[in-house]
Design a protein around this ligand. Structure first.
Ligand SMILES: Cc1cc2nc3c(=O)[nH]c(=O)nc-3n(C[C@H](O)[C@H](O)[C@H](O)COP(=O)(O)OP(=O)(O)OC[C@H]3O[C@@H](n4cnc5c(N)ncnc54)[C@H](O)[C@@H]3O)c2cc1C
Length: 527
């Protein structure tokens, strides 16, 4: 993973001259590259760990570093805010990095940190988009990034029950590869799939693009091992239990503030025999949303089901390589694009497709065939590279998401889009706001927004203003502050609105029981 951008070096996207000219015309940018330091030019805050600290840490773990390169790569996640910070000369970073290899080492590290007043930021794939990896030391004297990459094994697989235990540091592709050797799949494909980890998915309640068929990551988890400063919990076992509240739920979404997840047991499924892709054209977003609701409420439908609004359809966001080439490559004008996939045996996938097609057709959809769905599947992990190319020429680009009930969906979409547009326009730039329905449930859906605008001389302040307006609009319209990106530092000011004062007291009580000195991920999740 690059330190200042998304993804692998070789996979960078370069904007075509046509797109650049379009952006110059629409946003009024110059098109020239903006200033950004190389890694060598960045000045990190000096480490506050002493030689005595490092000796103590190295007695616990053999991989401990205070090298600038190791600290820089773990100094944040991959939100636009993070990437804008990476363009500054002076940057904050954790004071050191430790890479433990066993539960015992994690426990010893936590105990040493608690005694030594050193904060701990658990680090998975480094793909947080909510400030979950900010090197915040809180009340403590230093910050240690604890990287889980050595927890990289398939620990066990039970092919009879359909469940597998994976180390927290296993990445998305590694998990699929390890499970495929036994004929199974996890079916969790967030856009950050290539770099994010099993532990990170659990810690943030991640949701993947195939959630209509496989569920969210928290639906897949059957067991967890969590190491805390006061001891280790092994949770899960029986498929369901009435033995009191489900403690696994305390740790799903705990974002490294209650403990470090070292193993996750997940429900896995046999690799499907076939996957059919099909795209659909709806006359407008309202009819498309009604159709997705009908399918989600009926059940037995697609594995992937998403609907772009008119603006997103118009700019071709489903095909990052062809942005601006006209909707669906010019095949149709107006309306909205929906993408579906269906899995199973030949018969099951076909039956699921037919059930969905009947409801879609009744809502005015026409099939566009398989090709646009294949194009989406082919390019679905590429869009984040585009953001880097935009930021490099002074175009702001960020995504944010929420979820609400079907009854409130249209109002929430309008409120968030208006808040974003108004806030960006107040900064002096036009705003292009795109949206799609990314995850569906019988009772509601998540809305995923992309906003593109001209960055000002204060791009961080500009984005914080827009993000704050959008977050407030979500809360005011009764939607959640986050459907799957988590809370981190960025959404923390709105958590009280979401869970109430008593809810916050419960979370604080749990934290103080598990982490009495408050070393775990200060400044995240709990205000
Ligand atoms: C381009 C892009 C696309 C994305 N698309 C999606 C998407 O489609 N769906 C989605 O759900 N999310 C998405 N995300 C957000 C992000 O990928 C998820 O939140 C992911 O689950 C984070 O996993 P990670 O391993 O990278 O964790 P990190 O980013 O390393 O950490 C995330 C948080 O969890 C904590 N943490 C990490 N590992 C552990 C552990 N083992 N124990 C305890 N705490 C831990 C960290 O301290 C941090 O607070 C996207 C992000 C980017 C940059």
């Amino acid at each position: 993973m690059k330190w200042d951008a998304w993804g692998a070096e070789a996979a960078a996207t370069h904007l075509s001259a046509d797109i650049k000219n379009l952006l110059v015309g629409v946003l009024g940018i110059s098109g020239d590259p903006i200033d950004a330091p190389t890694a060598d030019q960045v000045r990190l805050s000096p480490t506050r760990l002493t030689d005595t600290d490092l000796d103590a840490l190295r007695a616990i773990v053999d991989a401990v570093s205070t090298a600038d390169g190791d600290r820089l790569i773990r100094s944040g996640g991959k939100s636009t805010l993070d990437l804008l910070r990476r363009k500054q000369i002076e940057q904050a970073a954790p004071d050191g990095v430790a890479i433990p290899a066993s539960d015992d080492e994690v426990h010893a590290l936590l105990q040493w940190c608690a005694l030594s007043e050193v904060a701990v930021v658990p680090f998975g794939g480094g793909t947080s988009v909510v400030g979950g990896l900010d090197p915040d030391s809180g009340e403590h004297r230093a910050t240690l990034s604890v990287d889980l990459r050595r927890f990289d094994e398939l620990i066990a697989i039970d092919t009879v029950s359909g469940q597998a235990t994976l180390g927290a540091g296993v990445t998305g592709p590694a998990a699929e590869q390890l499970l495929a050797e036994h004929g199974f799949t996890l079916g969790h494909f967030p856009q950050s799939f290539q770099f994010a980890t099993i532990g990170g998915f659990a810690a943030t309640r991640s949701s993947g693009q195939a959630s209509a068929g496989y569920g969210r990551f928290d639906d897949m988890v059957t067991g967890l091992r969590v190491v805390t400063p006061v001891g280790t919990l092994d949770l899960g076992g029986a498929p369901k239990t009435a033995a009191g509240p489900d403690l696994r739920q305390l740790f799903l979404g705990s974002e490294g503030t209650f403990g470090i997840i070292t193993q996750v047991t997940v429900r896995v499924r046999r690799i499907p025999q076939v996957t059919i892709g099909e795209a659909w054209h709806f006359p407008d977003f309202a009819s498309g949303a009604d159709a997705l609701r009908a399918v989600a409420q009926q059940g037995g439908g697609p594995t992937v089901m998403r609907l772009s609004d008119e603006a997103e359809t118009g700019v071709n966001l489903a095909r990052p390589a062809e942005i601006g080439a006209g909707d669906q490559g010019g095949a149709r004008s107006g309306g909205c694009l929906a993408i579906t996939t269906f899995e199973g045996t030949d018969d099951v996938a076909a039956a699921r497709r037919d059930l969905t097609a009947a409801l879609f057709s009744a809502a005015g959809a026409t099939s566009m065939g398989a090709e646009p769905a294949h194009a989406w599947a082919h390019g679905r992990f590429n869009a984040p590279y585009l953001r880097d190319a935009l930021l490099a020429i002074g175009v702001g680009c960020e995504t944010l998401e929420t979820a609400t009930t079907w009854a409130e969906l249209a109002d929430t979409k309008a409120a968030v889009a208006t808040a974003l547009t108004t806030a960006i326009e107040e900064s002096g730039s036009p705003a292009l706001v795109l949206c799609h329905i990314s995850h569906t449930y019988p009772t509601g859906a998540s809305l995923y927004f992309t906003v593109v605008y001209r960055a000002t001389d204060d791009p961080i302040g500009q984005w914080l203003h827009a993000k704050s307006a959008a977050s407030q609009a979500m809360i005011d319209s009764g939607a959640t502050i986050t459907h799957h990106h988590a809370v981190g530092a960025d959404h923390r000011p709105w958590l009280a609105d979401e869970v109430g004062d008593v809810g916050l007291r419960v979370l604080r009580a749990v934290k103080s029981a598990l982490d009495p000195t408050g070393i775990l991920n200060p400044g995240k999740l709990i205000p």
